[in-house]
Design a protein around this ligand. Sequence first.
Ligand code: FAD
Length: 361
Amino acid sequence: MFEVEINIQGAGLAGLSSAIFLSNVGINVSVAEKYSHIGIAHNENTQAMRNYGQGEDLLSEFKNMGLKLKNLKPIYRINKYAPSLRKSIIYSKDKPLFYVFKRGPREDSIDHQLYDQAISNGTNFNFSYSFKNSEIDVVARGSTYNTGFGYGKVFQDVDIDDDLIHFLLDNKYAPDGYIYALPFGKHEITIASTSFRKNVFELKKLFDKFMVENKVFSELVEGGSIKHDFSGTGFYSLPKTAVIGRKYYVGGAAGFVEASRGFGDYYAVKSGFHVSRAINEKLDYDKLWRDDFGKELFEGFSKRMFLRGLDNSGYEKLIPKKEKVEISEYAKLSKRILKFFLELYSVKKLNNWRQEYPLIP
Ligand SMILES: Cc1cc2nc3c(=O)[nH]c(=O)nc-3n(C[C@H](O)[C@H](O)[C@H](O)COP(=O)(O)OP(=O)(O)OC[C@H]3O[C@@H](n4cnc5c(N)ncnc54)[C@H](O)[C@@H]3O)c2cc1C
C-alpha cells in the first residue's frame, strides 16, 4: 500500500468509481458521504447510458476497466416523439442502443454494486459525514450548480416492452427539456420530465398534468400503480480545468454531463478512472478526460444551446420523417445537424458559461 491516503467527498457514481480504481492500484482511500446510506441522494429510479456512437460495448468497456456490474439491461429501440406525437422509431439489430439500470439505495442498483466492490477493495467509508474543505483530494459531491432539473415517477405492475425507450420533446410539459420513459423489465417503468428552465416544483405540476393529458405515456402505465416519485438537479459544463486548488473534480461536480440529453453517469465513471490514473501515474488529469470525452461534451453543450432557442414547431422538424430509422442512418442525420450547431454555437458561448458557473476551490 502507498503511504498516501486519498479523501473523496461524495459516494455517488464518480466518488465510488474513483475509490475502486484508486484502491485497485493499492492506494488507501477514504470516502465521506453526507447521507447515512449509499444511494439516498438519488431516490430509486431507472437511468440509461448510451451505447451507440462509441466503439466498444459499454459492458465490456466497464469489465476491462475492472468494474463488476450486473443487471444492466439492453435496449434496442427508441420511439422519438414530436410534440404532435408523430413518431419515428430508431432501432439497432445487433448492438444495444442503451443500457438501463437502477440508481439509488437498492441492492441491485449500480450505486450499491460499486459500493460493494469498493468495500471489498478495502475502502474506508464515513457516512453522515463531510471532510473539511482542506482535507479533500477528490471532489465527487455531484452538481456544483443547478442548471437542469428532473422530476418523475416509478410505476410498477405495468405490461410493457422491455427493450424500448420512449422520448418526447414538448415545451408545453418539459420547457427547454424532454420527457422519457425507461423500462426496467416488463413490469416496471420510470417516466420523468426534465427542464433546463423550470425548477422541480414547477416541473412536478407539469408532469402530473402531462400524465393525464398525454395518451401515449399514460397508456404505458395503464393498469399499473405508482411506486414513488423522485427528483433531482444537474449541472452541465465543460470546464477549462477540472483541477482547482489542488483538488480533482469528477462527475457532476465538474459539470461532466452531456448537456443535450442529460447523460452524466458514463462520464462520472470515466472521470473516476482518469483521476485514479492521474494520481497513480502522475499524469495530467485534464488531458486524460479531455482526450476521452471533451469533444462529446462540447458537442452536447452546443446542441443544448441550439435546442434552447427552439419552440414546438422547431422540435417537430427534429424528429425524422421516416417511421423507422436504423441507428447508423440516424447517426448520419444527426452528424449533419450537429455540424450546423457547431458552426452557430462555438467557444464564445462556452466561455460565457464557464464564467457564469465557475468551479470553486
Ligand atoms: C432526475 C435525473 C435523471 C437522470 N438520468 C440520467 C440518465 O438516465 N442517464 C445518465 O447518464 N445520467 C442521468 N442523470 C445524471 C446523473 O444522475 C449524474 O450525472 C450522476 O449521478 C453524477 O454522478 P456523481 O457521482 O458525480 O454525483 P451524484 O450521483 O449526485 O453523487 C454525489 C454524492 O455526493 C454526496 N455529497 C454531496 N455533497 C456532499 C458533501 N458536502 N459531503 C459528503 N457527501 C456529499 C451526495 O449525497 C451523493 O451521494 C440524471 C440526473 C437526474 C437529476
